[in-house]
Every structure is written in C-alpha cells, then in structure tokens.
Design a protein around this ligand. Structure first.
Ligand SMILES: C[C@H](O)CC(=O)SCCNC(=O)CCNC(=O)[C@H](O)C(C)(C)COP(=O)(O)OP(=O)(O)OC[C@H]1O[C@@H](n2cnc3c(N)ncnc32)[C@H](O)[C@@H]1OP(=O)(O)O
Length: 749
C-alpha cells in the first residue's frame, strides 16, 4: 500500500483527516481511495460536525507520485475516467453537507493542491508552497485544477501558475484569495478546526470553488486571453501539445460549464499520462535529483563541512559571474584581481549582473547594496588566510593557473578547497606545483555563471571524497544542479557538445546547406542550431577549442575548412556582426546570401561527393556522434550514470528536456539502429563517425545504453598510472539488461 489517510475525531466535533505518506505525503491510488474511505466514514457520523484535511509532518502533499506516469507503472486502472475527480472529489467532498477545510503546511502541489481546492476554505502557513506544476511533466492537472484555479484567482493568474509550473507561497496565495487565512505552523490545524466550525455556524463563507464565477473574466475577454496564450505556447514550444490541451480544457469549462470541463480534463490526463513526453520529463525529474548521489562518495556518510568564506581569483566574465552566484546565495566572497583597474572592472561586472537580475524580476533594487556588501575586492592573497574555498577563474592559460595554485597553497589554511573553473585543462597538470592534490577539484561553471543552473564538478583520482561532498553542498546552496565527472580533456559536457558543431561543418562541407542544418536542428528542439552556436561562441574560441580536442582525440576529430575560409573574410562571429549569419544592431541574426560562396570554397579543398540530406538525416548525423561520445564517456567512467549525461545534455547543451536527455533519447531510438548508421557513415566519411567499442557491444546485444558505474570513483588515465594496463579493474554494473553482469574494464586515451 502506497500511503493512506488517518481519521481522528476531536471532542469539538471536527474530524481531522491526515494524508500519511511521508516524507512528502505523495498521492497514489491507495491514498486517494483511503481519503475517500475516511471522508465517507466521517460524513455520516453524528459526532462529526466538520472536517479538516491536512498532511502528516506539517506537509500537505507534494501531489501524485509521478513515477506512475509515463507508462512506467504498468498498473491499469479499471475505474471510470473522472471517477476520482468527479464522482469523489466533486460529488462527495465538495458537495458534502459538512464543511471541509484544508490545513496546508509545506507543499500543496499538483493533486495535493487540487484536493485543497475542493475544500470549502484553505488555511495555510506563510511559507507553504501552493501550485499546479503538472505541466513540467507534460501532464495537465487532473483532479479539477484546470477548472477551480481560474475560478479562484482569475484566468490570467491561473494560466501563469499552470503554464509556468510556478507555485506561490502561502502569503502570496492569501493575497490572491486562494488561501482564506495564514496561520503559524503550530496553530495551523487548530485555526482550520475553528474555521470549519465557523463555516458551519455561517460566520464564514461556505465556498464551492467550482461554482464561483466572480473572478472569471467576461467570456469575450477570457477568449481573447486564451487565444493570445495559445499563440505564445505554440511559438515557444512548437513540439509540445500539453500546454495547448490545458488551454483547451480550461476554455471548455468556461464555455460549456465546469462539469464538462472536469470530464474533458480527466480524459486529457488519461491520454497525456501515457505519452512519451511525460515519460521523458518524469525521467528528467528523477535524473536531476539523482546527480548528487555519487556511489562511493555521498554514501560514505561524510557530512559537508561548513564553507563560510570563498575567494574567487579573476574578475573576468566567468569570475564575476561566479562571484555573483555566490553573493546572491549569501556567501561572503573575496574577489582577487591583479591590479586596481581589473578589480574595478570585475566589481563593475558583478553590479551589472545584479542589475540584470533586478530587470528579470529575480531581485529587488534595495537588495543590491546588501548583496554587494558581501563582496570584498582585493589585490593580494593576504586575505586568503581564512577562506574555506578558492575558485580560480582566470583565462585558460596552464602556466598561469599552475602559478596561482602554487600561490594559494602558501596563503590558504590547510583545509581550504582549491577549485578550478577550467573547461579544458587536466586538473592534475594544474595542480602539478602543489602538494595539495587531494583538495584540488574542478568547478566548471557555465556562462552566465549566475544564471545557468549546471555545475560540472570534476574530480581527479586524488580528490578526496570530503572535498567532493563539500563542493556538492556549495553547489546546492547556490542552486546549481551538479554533475560529477572524471578528469579528462573537455570533461563530460565539453566532450559531448564538441561533435555538435563538428558534424554540422562536416555536413555542410559535404553538401548540406548551413541554414537548413540550423533549421532542422531547431525544429528538433534545440534553441540554437550549431552554426548560430559557433557564431555566438566566436570563431577564435571555436578554433582554439577545436585545436584542443584535435590534439586530445586526433583519431576522431574532424578538421573543418569552413571556419578558416570565413576567417579569411574577416568574419569572427556574432561579436563582429558577421559569421555564418549577419547580425543587426539588436543582435538579430539573418542568413547571409554570400555564405554559399564560402561554403563552395571550403568544399573545393577536398574531393568529397556532395550529399542530399533530409531533415531527419541531419538530426541523426548531428546527434548520433554526440550519442557516440556520450557512450565513450560512460565506458571510460568519466560519468558515473547515464542519467547524469541526460541532465548534462539538457542543462549544459540545452538538449530538449522533453526528449529525456541524450542517452534516454538514444535508447528510444535503439542502440542497434544508431550503431549501424554510424558504421555506414564512417565508411563514407571517416572515423569521425566510427562507433565506439561500448556502442558496438551494446548494439550487438540490442541492449540499452544505460550502464551505472558501481562504486569506483576515479577516472585513471593510463599514461598517469605507474604500471599502466596492470590492475585497473573497473566494476561496471550493468543495469540495462538487469543481469547484474560485472565487466572488468581498462581504458585510456
Ligand atoms: C493528477 C495530478 O494533477 C497529477 C500530479 O499531482 S503530478 C505531481 C505534481 N507534483 C509536483 O510536481 C511536485 C514535484 N516535487 C517537487 O517539486 C519537490 O519535490 C517538492 C517541492 C515537493 C519537495 O522538494 P524538496 O523538499 O527539495 O525534496 P525533493 O528532493 O525534491 O524530493 C524528495 C524526494 O521525493 C521525491 N519526489 C518529490 N516529488 C515527487 C513526486 N511528485 N513524485 C515522485 N517522487 C517525488 C524526489 O524524487 C525525492 O526523492 P529522493 O529522496 O529519492 O531523491
């Protein structure tokens, strides 16, 4: 049984029904049936005058357990569609002859919130979280939320809460009229009890949300709002249907009446819950939470040490972004620069970052000064004597980084963590001039560091588990999703992303059209096609990165001619307003009619046969090499879990979350198909496409690409091992086939 409700009747005649499924009191069919039983038991009892519904442990309910959605449950419900929403919640609970009040602490989300909306009044704590975030799973609210929320807060606010999946606090819910009264946690249930009795005595209104109309906009206005919202949703997410379905269901209720709306809602949910999109988004939900669970590290029981003061070395784009992320989350930061003017520039960038947060509504103007007071600019290492963590974020120059690490070792206390924000260099090389290898770790932030939610944490074979646990904790406090990876050129995210532009160049040099490639890829769901990405990054950086990868992975790197040809024409990307695209004063990109001329020049440098490709071919030829690289990363143990790469691809590359991340998507296509395509292309176009051993092995078995590293934590490079090829037995636990097969693995590059 997955949870239940508990019924207790007090001497005052109020029955308390407590949803009990800790820790979040998630709903399940069992909980709902138990709630129904408790309500049906309480209603006819003579000693019950009113009912309060609440959740155990001060948490109302986090909503339905989403692991049952997306077809993973297998349990088929035989009940009629709408049974819970209409026959129970509406016809029994909402229509009850005794007042029912919800007492809400903690989360009241999704189905949990919908139960509360059915009640005749809601009392909450000020910090409770109330909302309908079902759309984040490709679902729509299924227990009446689409009908009741607009009737309680008006259409505009309801649409915002549902389509953005953003909850409101109890305090804000009170202002919106969603909550009738706010009470302190320890008085919550008693306040709800007396409210319920007051409703009975007609001293408080007895409201059935479904029948309210006072907050609903007039029909013509409502229709206009829905039309605009529908258009926006179509524009923002052309590959997704569930937002449009949600809007249709709301409209149906407004035009044909809420009961018809309820039925339409239940039918739509039934269809959506089995969709591939829901399956993918549910996977992303759990995968994201899973990134901070590192076998052999976070299961050691090491509590994170308290990090109070952090030093950031370098106030450039990355350093100032990192400092911003830290001070916004209440850390005290020392920002070190080499001279007065660079320091002023760095602090200036932090201010600009904070102001941009004000413009985006993420911070108030008044908070800027207080936040900035946590930033202390310095020119020497003297104030590093009490820092717990240093994050080095200077330019990608190995000698400079080595010198900084040697310097900070002299000034910092013994316990300080030394983190490096490199996206490229081997951390062992960076720490070569120190004796502190066990406290060196990579903290790879993504630009802009104070916005992008991803933090790639890079460990070497010598980084201590305590240091990893500490950085995970800092990451959590600054609201980043960490992905812990091993040490190698490009780490996991850079390596996975590298083939994105490489394949695109290869395709164009073999006959594809630049803009057709970008169009096919954005249609697939990427926000920017590969050529727009190269323009944004800038040709100089793109070439430097490319050289780095070509050096590290020569056997599979493609050396494009196209960028060099464009560079000869003084094009350098978006910053010069001329790259693959032309850019206007506002940075708006438009195709360049001259581009084909340069493409033909690049094509003429080799004697390849030009291809004709469909959009589907383009998508496969761009993404299968990424899948291939992801497989290498998994096989080498650079990533611990396939789902970590899914999150890395979604947060680091903006791969569409509704496709579940790179490996999840690849599995939906099948390893055999992907491998056979790569094999074919490698015959014609060379080793860039050659499938790696891991992919070939999985494809031969028709197996999933999911494999979890069991417990070994470090990635060893063969060239760094004293006795190469001796003893590195990496136990790989195969979860995909569920056979528990252990395979010895030796790797290197
Ligand atoms: C018919 C209905 O309309 C359909 C629905 O109700 S769909 C569900 C709607 N509910 C939601 O979207 C809520 C999703 N959950 C959340 O936003 C957050 O978990 C929360 C705000 C409730 C709590 O946050 P927080 O305290 O930080 O805990 P968090 O780490 O996220 O979750 C704790 C555990 O519960 C799990 N969990 C949370 N919500 C869950 C859910 N709805 N289903 C399944 N598991 C859930 C998490 O995976 C995590 O598991 P773990 O400990 O094994 O890693």
């Amino acid at each position: 049984m997955k949870g239940r409700t508990v019924l207790e009747v007090g001497a005052d005649g109020v029955a308390i029904i407590t949803i009990t499924n800790p820790p979040l009191n998630l709903l399940s069919v069992d909980v709902m049936l138990s709630l129904k039983e408790s309500v049906e038991e309480a209603l006819p009892r003579e000693n019950v005058k009113a009912i309060v519904v609440t959740g155990s442990g001060g948490k109302f309910s986090g909503g339905f357990d989403v692991s049952v959605f997306g077809g993973s449950d297998g349990r088929k419900e035989n009940r009629k569609v709408g049974f819970m929403s209409i026959e129970f919640l509406t016809d029994v609970l909402e229509a009850s002859s005794k007042p029912i009040v919800a007492a809400i602490g903690g989360p009241a989300l999704g189905g949990g919130f919908e139960v509360a909306l059915v009640c005749h009044a809601r009392i909450s704590t000020s910090t409770a979280q109330l909302g309908l975030p079902e759309l984040q799973f490709g679902l729509i609210p299924g227990l009446g939320g689409t009908q009741r929320l607009p009737r309680l807060v008006g259409l505009t606010k309801a649409l915002e809460m549902m389509l953005m999946s953003t909850p409101v606090t109890g305090q804000d819910a009170h202002i919106l009229g969603l909550v009738d009264s706010v009470a302190p946690t320890d008085e919550l249930v008693n306040t709800a009890r007396s409210w319920a009795l007051q409703i009975l005595e007609r001293r408080r209104p007895w409201v059935t949300s479904l029948h309210r109309t006072d907050k609903l906009e007039p029909l013509a206005v409502a229709r206009a709002i829905l039309k605009v919202t529908r258009r926006q949703a179509q524009k923002q997410a052309p590959n997704l249907r569930h937002q449009l379905i949600c809007i249709d269901v709301i409209e149906e209720g407004i035009i044909s009446g809420p009961r018809i709306g309820l039925l339409k809602e239940a039918e739509a949910l039934e269809e959506l819950r089995q969709s591939e999109i829901t399956r993918s988004l549910v996977h992303i939900f759990f995968a994201r939470r899973g990134t901070s669970k590192i076998p052999g590290i976070t299961d050691l029981g090491l509590p994170p040490r308290k990090v109070n003061r952090i030093a950031v070395v370098g106030g450039g784009l990355m350093g100032s972004g990192i400092a911003t992320a830290l001070i916004v989350s209440d850390y005290h930061v020392v920002l070190k620069e080499v001279n007065e003017s660079s320091l002023l520039d760095g602090i200036g960038r932090v201010k600009v970052n904070l102001e941009s947060q004000v413009k985006r509504g993420k911070m108030t103007q008044e908070k800027i000064e207080r936040t900035l007071s946590r930033l202390n600019g310095v020119l020497s290492y003297d104030s590093f004597k009490d820092v717990d963590l240093v994050i080095e974020a200077v330019a990608e120059n190995l000698c400079l980084k080595q010198q900084i690490f040697a310097d900070i070792e002299k000034y910092c206390p013994q316990h300080s963590i030394f983190a490096c924000n490199t996206s490229a260099f081997d951390l062992n090389a960076i720490g070569e001039r120190t004796k502190s290898q066990n406290r060196i770790i990579g903290a790879h932030f993504f630009c802009p560091a104070y916005v992008t939610p991803l933090l790639e944490i890079v460990r070497t074979e010598r980084t201590s588990p305590q240091v990893i646990v500490d950085l995970l904790d800092v990451g959590k406090r600054i609201k980043k999703t960490p992905v812990v990876v091993g040490n190698c050129t490009g780490f996991a995210i850079g390596r996975m992303f590298f083939p994105y532009s490489q394949s695109a160049m290869l395709l164009v040099e073999r006959g594809a059209d630049v803009y057709r490639v970008d169009h096919a890829i954005t249609k697939f769901g990427m926000p920017l096609g590969p050529f727009r990405v190269v323009d944004r990054v800038g040709f100089e950086v793109a070439i430097a990165t490319s050289n780095h990868y070509v050096k590290a992975y020569p056997e599979r790197a493609f050396k494009p001619m196209l960028i060099s040809v464009l560079q000869e024409e003084n094009r350098a990307g978006e910053s010069t307003r001329k790259g693959f695209y032309l850019y206007d004063d506002n940075g708006k990109a438009s195709p360049d009619p001259d581009i084909q001329k340069y493409v033909e020049k690049a094509q003429s440098t080799s004697d390849v046969t030009l291809m004709k490709l469909s959009d589907g071919d383009i998508v496969e030829m761009i993404f299968f090499p990424i899948v291939n690289e992801a497989c290498r990363i998994l096989a080498e143990g650079v990533a611990v879990k396939a789902s970590d790469l899914d999150i890395a691809s979604v947060l680091g590359m903006e791969f569409p979350a509704y496709r579940g991340g790179i490996i999840f998507w690849a599995n939906s296509i099948g390893s055999t198909y992907i491998c056979s395509k790569l094999k074919d292309w490698s015959m014609t176009h060379g080793d860039f496409f050659k499938p790696c051993a891991y992919l070939v092995e999985r494809a031969a078995k028709g197996a999933s690409l999911v494999r979890h590293l069991n417990c070994f934590c470090s990635v060893l490079h063969v060239e760094q091992m004293e006795k190469p090829l001796l003893v590195f037995d990496m136990l790989l636990l195969e979860l995909g086939g569920g056979t528990g097969l252990y395979t010895p693995y030796v790797f290197g590059h």
